[in-house]
Design a protein around this ligand. Structure first.
Ligand SMILES: [Zn+2]
Length: 95
């Protein structure tokens, strides 16, 4: 099964596929960012320390969460500041 990247990491930022295409072109395999690093596809399995959003358009980027990321999301839910997208993605973190 071929999975589609949910985001791309480049220039020390994360971008949704649409913004990555706008910034780096439709074929990003082997493309280098402005720092000379490869534009890196993320497939949603990477465990992040916080929920990720596109650095260009702000769109939520679905990912897995590391322990620290789960703590951040639980705290936001308990304070009522978690966006709907977080609850859709990680419903089991709600009390
Ligand atoms: Zn975007």
């Amino acid at each position: 099964m071929i999975s589609t990247p949910v985001a791309f990491a480049a220039d020390a930022a994360l971008y949704c596929p649409e913004c990555a295409e706008r910034l780096y072109g439709p074929d990003r395999s082997g493309r280098l960012d402005r720092e000379g690093n490869e534009v890196w596809p993320m497939f949603g399995a990477e465990a992040l320390d916080a929920p990720a959003h596109c650095d260009a358009c702000g769109r939520f980027l679905p990912s897995a969460l590391a322990e620290e990321g789960e703590r951040v999301v639980r705290e936001a839910i308990s304070q009522g500041t978690a966006p709907e997208a977080w609850l859709d993605r990680w419903p089991w973190l709600a009390p």
